[in-house]
Design a protein around this ligand. Structure first.
Ligand code: AHR
Length: 495
């Protein structure tokens, strides 16, 4: 029996809904043939947005969507993607497969996508190969309500009202594909670009996000904070869970037990990264609060055999579901510093929510985790603790078997999300809830299966959440049996 304690009297604050953010890049089939299809394709769509994909994604209540990259962002010139389609420039997507980018999906289409999803846009601007003027024009194009050259251009393209875009990323991976810069150089550029991200409306202030470190490059965060910390609202970092080495990352479907545990152990590293980057930010932020954003995270495996290597298409199993579960638990539990996170990526790329093939679509195990966790958004985080034992055989890849987080929604309902990382042993959970009073009801859902279990276009419902039976109320909480390799979500209703 593993004891878990949730303390409703202790909280780090509200879980920013933006922790449940997503990322969509002009990469492979994420945008084109993922969310956006030719209106004449025969695939049901509204203004080009695929109806089945939008309907599925709406159920996740996505709060914020980052676009257009990734590496693509620092090659993107936004003016190529506005105005009549036939006049839009055709460019080469040099980062991702060298394919032709016809710019049919541009700023207006992205705003339409966000409207249909009901989420906020997060635009990642070009610092690597763009100019300050170009970036500042994009802000004016999106946000200027009165008269100005860019506002007139927007109107000429059919949009009267400004979109009031709040989130602006100042470049992407500027230490790598975004310009191979050194931190001092980028930090100075960041100050300059941040200055020209103007506010056009008192009620809608832009939120400036600095392009942050690669994983554990703490030197980057330190230099960035020292030089540019006073000019931005948040600093990001990127971390991908790669089971192998960069050249041989490992297969998404065909993996050993050892690789399974290595993957989870690497995913759990996020906690140390979040804590260390946060510590540096806190040290340098002075009187201002600078947030931490993990605007790219998730699993990265070798591409699906037979697919374009530049398209980063990979399948998604229960192993991915557990990576998502522990990552989101970590973000929830550090909600005092983590203000946003964006999993990579929305559709058909890396750890996607949805995969498509022609007119078919499937929901991945990762999708189901986001759906099961969605009520953590804007809820009050609750301190939680769980007794664990070690799962896995090799000492260097063992992981704690259980991992949890908890929050309390505005109606008092507590959501406890728990993952059992042990692929062989179930776990008996004895969960006490302090400071809640009498509990009226506890219901639970569970997503379970073998580590490699996944959905296919022919069997799309192999992995899906089902009701967790046999939950027992106790004097101070509840007891439940967790199957091996599972993610569970419990809703606790106080009397
Ligand atoms: O998500 C795929 C790529 O990973 C992004 O374009 C880049 O920012 C990162 O290296």
């Amino acid at each position: 029996m593993s004891k878990a304690i949730i303390n409703a009297n202790r909280s780090k604050g509200v879980i920013n809904r933006n922790i449940y953010g997503q990322f969509s890049e002009h990469l492979g089939r994420c945008i084109y043939n993922g969310v956006y299809v030719d209106e004449a394709s025969g695939i049901p769509n509204e203004n080009g947005m695929r109806a089945d994909v939008i309907q599925a994604l709406r159920a996740l209540r996505i709060p914020v969507l980052r676009w257009p990259g990734g590496c693509f962002a620092d090659t993107y010139h936004w003016q190529d993607g506005i105005g009549p389609r036939e006049n839009r420039k055709k460019i080469v997507n040099t980062n991702w497969g060298g394919v032709t980018e016809d710019n049919f999906f541009g700023t207006h289409e992205f705003m339409e996508l966000c409207r249909q999803l009901g989420c906020e846009p997060y635009l990642s601007g070009n610092v690597g190969s763009g100019t300050v003027q170009e970036f500042s024009d994009w802000v004016e194009y999106c946000n200027m309500g009165g008269q100005s050259p860019m506002a007139e251009l927007r109107r000429a393209n059919g949009r009267e009202e400004p979109w009031h875009v709040k989130y602006w990323g100042i470049g992407n991976e500027t230490w790598g594909c975004g310009g191979n810069m050194r931190p001092q150089f980028y930090a100075d550029l960041c100050r300059q670009y941040a200055t020209y991200i103007r506010s056009y409306d008192e009620a809608h202030q832009p939120y400036r996000i600095a392009s942050g470190a690669n994983a554990d490059d703490y030197h980057w965060t330190k230099v960035l904070m020292e030089i540019a910390g006073g000019f931005v609202d948040a600093v990001s970092f990127h971390y991908y869970t790669v089971p192998g080495v960069w050249e041989h990352k490992g297969s998404a479907l065909d993996f050993s037990r050892e690789e399974y545990f290595t993957t989870l152990r690497k995913a759990l590293r996020l906690e140390e990264l979040v804590e260390n980057h946060s510590r540096i930010i806190r040290h340098y932020q002075g009187d201002r609060k600078v947030g931490l954003i993990v605007d790219e995270w998730g699993t990265w495996f070798d591409v699906e055999p037979g697919t374009n290597p530049g398209f980063l298409y990979q399948q998604n199993t229960m192993r991915d579901a557990l990576v998502a579960a522990v990552s989101l638990n970590i973000f929830n539990n550090h909600c005092d510093t983590v203000v946003m996170a964006n999993i990579a990526q929305l559709v058909n790329v890396l750890q996607a929510m949805v995969l498509t093939e022609g007119d078919r679509m499937l929901l991945t195990p990762t999708y189901h985790v986001f759906e099961m966790y969605k009520n953590h958004q804007d809820a009050r985080q609750l301190e939680s603790y769980v007794e664990t034992s070690l799962a896995g055989e090799a000492a260097e890849s063992q992981v704690p078997n259980l991992h949890i987080s908890a929050s309390q929604g505005p109606d008092g309902t507590v959501l406890v999300t728990a993952a059992n990382l042990d692929d062989a042993q179930g776990a008996e959970l004895d969960c006490a809830l302090a400071g809640l009073g009498r509990i009226e009801r506890v219901t639970g859902r569970v997503l379970a299966g073998a580590a490699g279990a996944h959905n296919t276009f022919d069997a799309p419902e192999t992995v899906r959440p089902v009701a967790l039976e046999g939950i027992e109320l106790t004097a101070d909480g509840f007891k439940a049996s967790l199957p091996p390799c599972c993610v569970a979500a419990f809703e606790v209703k106080p009397a």
